[in-house]
Design a binder for this molecule. Structure first.
Ligand SMILES: C[S@@+](CC[C@H](N)C(=O)[O-])C[C@H]1O[C@@H](n2cnc3c(N)ncnc32)[C@H](O)[C@@H]1O
Length: 421
């Protein structure tokens, strides 16, 4: 099976599986999404199969919407499915059009409201949101949160494209002046965050500079073919697909790395009122692919997975539980592939003859061994409606040294290229 791995893949080592390129491009740059990939990768797939405007592109794990926005920019119809309501909002908003004049008027009014500020009663004492929560560390200085909410509580009452665009500016800006920042799996407090003492003016500066990017791009990069974005769980969203069959699927599912996206985007989820309490957050976690262990999901049905490779990994890890950071890891691995099996089947069912699927994934490390996620997924895909064309290596990611897998220095990140059976 190793011969299917193309180590000299033409897209290798071009930074196509990260967000570097997107963070410089019109519209894509409106929200820095750390886990996103590059529009060039999407364009490459679209060009490879000569996808036409009347054909349909899908991203079932749409994240911040790189695939759908790139399809739109190339005037191609597209559908995105994303479970996290905040990221689904980012994806939708990045493709919105409005008149510059309407946007700048709303910006001016919001600016005034920010200056006045407003109490945010639901969050000021909640969890670690501000110093009023009586914790040793807090995410936002009270002054910053109130400035944010002065603006947000004003625009949230207005239902328009311009209002969604300003909401995005507010959310991006407040995160820039938060006391913690995203770092791998968690939010890490900035060094000297207490000394920095972010205040209202810092927030306003961020608000202006983020607004300028949108104002510069909004008319120069108009979107003609709006993507359709669903905020739902891909595992059942496709059952109700009314958009017709897909011709090209490009996607990057959550990696098998215990990374919980709902956790890392918790501030934005609460700030934007996409979720209102911790119970809603737990419910959201249960709707995500089982690639993490923070919530008690339904246990996998072991007998259903007929992959020799997977069973081999499962048996070895189950025997070596003391080498794992959590005893539920073997179950999580099975659950992950069970979810992905369901998805491969549904994607095949809803695809046209000759459709292609590009899936970007990375391998994982557990109990000091590399789990060949790309090979296992390919194995499962070929039993659930797809032919394997190749596994193109995108790069070998340098891995931080950990107590549990000290000898694993790099992990393969690749694109699995499949064709519908
Ligand atoms: C690696 S990210 C995709 C990033 C995307 N390619 C981009 O450029 O922005 C994976 C996404 O899958 C989403 N996700 C996890 N479980 C899901 C589910 N059951 N249905 C739909 N989306 C899900 C996560 O919220 C996350 O945004």
């Amino acid at each position: 099976m190793n011969s299917v791995i193309n180590n000299s893949f033409k897209l290798k080592d071009k930074d196509f599986s990260n967000f570097i390129e997107a963070s410089q491009l019109p519209r894509h740059r409106w929200y820095y999404y750390k886990e996103g990939f590059s529009p060039s990768l999407v364009k490459e797939a679209i060009e490879t199969y000569e996808i036409k405007p009347n054909q349909l592109v899908l991203d079932p794990f749409n994240g911040s919407g790189t695939v759908t926005l790139t399809a739109s920019e190339n005037n191609i119809r597209s559908v995105g499915i994303e479970v996290n309501p905040f990221t689904a909002f980012v994806s939708k908003t990045k493709a919105l059009n409005t008149k510059k004049k309407v946007l700048s008027e709303l910006f001016e009014k919001t600016y005034e409201k920010i200056n006045i500020g407003k109490e945010f009663p639901e969050l000021e004492k909640y969890s670690t949101f501000t110093e009023l929560s009586n914790k040793k560390k807090w995410l936002f200085n009270l002054e910053v949160l109130r400035a944010f909410y002065g603006g947000y509580s004003f625009v949230e009452k207005i239902k328009s494209n311009a209002s969604d665009l300003i909401k995005l500016v507010l959310l991006t800006s407040v995160m820039e002046v938060a006391n913690a920042k995203k770092d791998g799996k968690c939010l890490r407090y900035k060094t000297k965050w207490q000394k920095i003492q972010y205040n209202k003016n810092d927030f306003i500066k961020a608000f202006i500079s983020n607004y300028i990017k949108i104002e510069q791009d909004i008319e120069s990069s108009k979107i003609k073919n709006q993507p359709i974005i669903y905020n739902s769980d891909t595992r059942n969203a496709l059952n109700n697909n009314k958009n017709g069959k897909f011709d090209l699927i490009i996607t990057s599912p959550p990696y098998l790395n215990t990374f919980d996206y709902t956790d890392i985007y918790r501030p934005e989820l609460f700030l934007g009122k996409f979720i209102l309490n911790s119970e809603a957050l737990s419910q959201l976690r249960l709707k995500t692919i089982r690639s993490h262990i923070q919530v008690k999901w339904k246990l996998p049905n072991v007998s259903e997975l007929d992959s020799i490779l997977l069973n081999d990994v499962f048996k070895r890890l189950s025997k070596n539980k003391e080498l794992l950071m959590h005893p539920r890891i073997p179950q999580m691995i099975l659950a992950y592939f069970e979810d992905m099996k369901l998805i491969f089947g549904a994607l095949s069912k809803h695809s046209n003859k000759n459709a292609h699927l590009w899936m970007i994934v990375s391998n994982s490390a557990y109990a000091n061994e590399e789990i060949p996620v790309d090979l296992i997924l390919s194995d499962i895909a070929t039993k659930n409606g797809w032919y394997l064309k190749e596994i193109g290596v995108l790069r070998n990611i340098r891995k931080r040294k950990t107590k549990y897998s000290p000898d694993i220095k790099t992990l393969r990140e690749s694109v699995i290229i499949l064709e519908k059976k």
